[in-house]
Design a protein around this ligand. Structure first.
Ligand SMILES: [Zn+2]
Length: 123
């Protein structure tokens, strides 16, 4: 059974679930902070030549040149398919009718917009 998901649902999963939080707290991928970047062990090549970008909410491995969004990461690390990964991630989204919050999920700060730079210089 391949259930389709709406673009809006997928957009939320890719953007509202902080990639660092997912890596650290849920996928238990080894990670560290280095030179101002959050680095994680690439699940494909097992190297720390990685970084995450809070603005795009993507994790990138510079060695195998792979970009992971939250859905990609779950698929790769847990070895499950797209549909299963989406279902897994949906349980972390607040306010969705059929979501059952996992224990820690309540503690997430859902402020994806906070990463915007605000240092505008007026005229
Ligand atoms: Zn890699």
């Amino acid at each position: 059974m391949n259930r389709r998901f709406t673009g809006d649902e997928l957009f939320k999963l890719r953007n509202l679930i902080p990639i660092n939080w997912l890596i650290k707290e849920h996928l238990n991928i080894p990670s560290k902070d280095s030179e101002g970047f959050f680095r994680f062990l690439c699940p494909l090549c097992n190297e720390f030549q990685t970084a995450t970008n809070p603005k795009t909410n993507l994790a990138r491995c510079f060695r195998c040149e792979t970009n992971f969004n939250p859905i990609d990461l779950v698929m790769t690390v847990r070895g499950i398919g797209f549909v299963e990964s989406v279902k897994y991630l949906k349980t972390f989204l607040p306010g969705t009718p059929d979501s059952r919050p996992h224990g820690q999920a309540a503690g997430i700060e859902w402020n994806a917009g906070e990463y915007r730079q605000t240092d505008k210089h007026a005229g």
